[in-house]
Ligand binder design. Structure first.
Ligand code: TRP
Ligand code: SF4
Length: 404
């Protein structure tokens, strides 16, 4: 999986399919909040991706998109640190998708596991569409249009990052080598200054002649730290180093989201389709009701039966929301039948409310201040678009579509 460094550019998207729940919060959003502090981050509403399965009723998509952005903001995704935007507001995603479609073998798309899986899961819907087959390629365009190097995703999305890498490689293979590549690379080396140029040449020789992988790593770090060369030159020098030519589109890496154990109310994975979720901004009263009816250790039938927290989803919630003292109290009380499940749940609820209360409140504030939300997204779109435009200029250029 990915090695993050200071140069990493992180990108991820979510489909606007309805309100987010605690599974999204613990599984994805907390991770985003952490990543934004150390890396350049792009987070977007994948509304075109929602269309691939929801093409027959598109009315809820825009509202879900706004709700989702509010959920992100409420959780602490910070527009001063990350760019938040909407996919369809950056048409460059579509242009790159089209250009990449020219070089993408059908078999690659047909082989992506989600293609058949989803068709089987959503049988009632006709997913034998052009758009649905192209889902992973649109995702590739999302990633490559920003030259993202790290893509935080869940397990189910790793195959999509993998195909992105293959498509990027194929693109670079066809269009990456410029006729005067060597001359340009040599020019670029000089721009690094005498000392760095010498170090680079030495490392490159050690890698290419002696196969020293360590030298390759050092040289890559050297390039990433160069301040006075252009992005295009940096790419040339990376390509010159590993012998691949100029990598117009860098291969991204999947950043597997650390697995947060967030069971639903019934102990299965929290999911909208199981209807076992707690909404991220659900009101306190409704959360309380849901928690009261939550599944517990099935062996604990009567109050006097001791229980085993390891077999109880409430315990997993305690691990997320309760401090050590409360957890000790629960463990002892449960295993000795010293406390009842309702006591246990009320204790957990307190910790949970401490975390969710402020999120709910911030959500309300944003909901009542849509002007701010809209301007955050507008700015994010503009910033994203200017990055995307630059990539498309290079892509068109590499493909010979520059008309001067
Ligand atoms: N397919 C992703 C999902 O369902 C959403 C997505 C679209 C995405 N484009 C992306 C994720 C680009 C990461 C990068 O979760
Ligand atoms: Fe679960 Fe708590 Fe009841 Fe034990 S006391 S079974 S941990 S709810």
């Amino acid at each position: 999986m990915a090695n993050l460094n200071a140069q990493s550019r992180v990108l991820s998207g979510m489909r606007p399919t309805g309100r987010l729940h605690l599974g999204h919060y613990h599984g994805v959003l907390k991770n985003w909040v952490r990543l934004q502090q150390e890396h350049e981050c792009f987070f977007f509403v994948a509304d075109w991706h929602a269309l691939t399965t929801q093409y027959d009723d598109t009315r809820g998509i825009a509202q879900s998109g706004w709700d989702m952005v509010i959920d992100w903001l409420a959780c602490g995704v910070n527009p001063n640190m990350a760019r938040l935007f909407i996919q369809s507001k950056v048409p460059e995603h579509a242009e790159l998708h089209l250009l990449l479609s020219m070089i993408t073998p059908l078999g690659w798309l047909e082989r992506v596991p989600t293609y058949k899986d989803q068709q089987e899961q959503l049988r009632e819907k006709d997913l034998a569409t052009y758009g649905f087959l192209g889902y992973p390629l649109l995702q590739s365009a999302d990633i490559l249009v920003y030259k993202a190097t790290a893509v935080p995703v869940g397990e189910d999305q790793v195959a999509h990052v993998e195909i992105t890498r293959e498509v990027a490689r194929r693109f670079n293979h066809f269009y990456g080598v410029e006729p005067d590549f060597i001359e340009r690379a040599e020019e670029a080396i000089k721009k690094m200054g005498k000392k760095n140029a010498r170090v680079y040449r030495d490392l490159r020789r050690r890698y290419q002649e002696q196969g020293e992988h360590e030298a390759l790593d050092v040289a890559r770090a050297l390039l990433d730290n160069q301040q006075n060369i252009t992005l295009a030159d940096r790419e040339r020098l990376h390509g010159y180093l590993d012998g691949t030519g100029r990598n117009v589109l860098p291969e991204p890496q999947a950043l597997l989201t650390p697995h947060a154990k967030m069971p639903g109310l019934d102990g299965r994975k929290m999911s909208k389709s199981y209807n076992n979720f707690i909404g991220l901004r659900e009101d306190a009263e409704s959360v309380r009701k849901k928690v009261r009816t939550m599944q517990t250790d099935p062996a604990r039938v009567r109050r006097t039966d001791p229980g085993n927290p390891e077999k109880c989803p409430v315990w997993d919630f305690h691990k997320l929301y309760s401090g050590e003292a409360d957890r000790d109290w629960v463990w002892k009380g449960c295993t000795t039948a010293g406390i009842g499940c309702i006591d246990c749940k009320m204790c957990m609820l307190e910790g949970m409310e401490k975390e969710l209360g402020p999120i709910r409140e911030r959500g309300h504030e944003f909901e009542n201040d849509m002007d701010t939300v809209r301007s955050i997204v507008n700015e994010g779109c503009e910033a994203a678009r200017s990055e995307a435009r630059e990539t498309l200029d290079e892509v068109r250029d590499a493909m010979g579509l520059t008309y001067r």
